[in-house]
Design a protein around this ligand. Structure first.
Ligand SMILES: [Zn+2]
Length: 157
């Protein structure tokens, strides 16, 4: 179970050109053999990027503006058909974040084969998700949450 996720690098994943203030680019989340990876693409490199992404969202680089979490990216992830979705600690934390925003509801908590499994739901978005509660200490939990905020950052364009 890998907790490692990419941080945004502020540059195109293909041509490595830095994104300056005012630049618009596209972020995609891919499910690769080594885990979930975020890739950022400038307009020129996006066409040549692999198409089968779990989520895609637009980002605009703004001066003096704190990046916010892209909610559309999170919904795409939570609605994705990735068979391992419910086993990823990332998924669990995304669910907690959406519960805090009152956009997802915790329906039930069950114990399945020694693991705690929670069911989350948003009826209007047709999200019904069973998620394993990861065994994480408070420090690991806080670190992962911070990484996720960076991972899904973006201004909706
Ligand atoms: Zn590029």
């Amino acid at each position: 179970m890998s907790l490692k996720i990419d941080r945004t690098k502020g540059a195109c994943s293909t041509c490595e050109q830095p994104f300056k203030a005012g630049a618009k680019y596209t972020s995609r989340l891919y499910n690769l053999a080594e885990g979930w990876r975020r890739k950022d693409y400038c307009g020129r490199c996006l066409d040549k990027a692999p198409a089968e992404a779990i989520a895609e969202w637009k980002v605009e680089v703004k001066k003096h503006t704190k990046m916010v979490l892209s909610e559309s990216a999170i919904w795409q992830v939570l609605s994705s058909k990735d068979p391992e979705l419910g086993e990823k600690p990332l998924t669990y934390i995304l669910c907690l974040m959406m519960v805090r925003k009152r956009k997802l509801r915790l329906i039930s908590t069950k114990r399945v084969k020694g693991k705690e499994v929670q069911t989350y739901e948003n009826k209007s978005r047709k999200v019904h998700l069973k998620v394993e509660v990861p065994a994480l200490g408070p420090a690991a939990f806080a670190k992962l949450q911070e990484e996720i905020t960076d991972f899904f950052s973006g201004e909706e364009v």
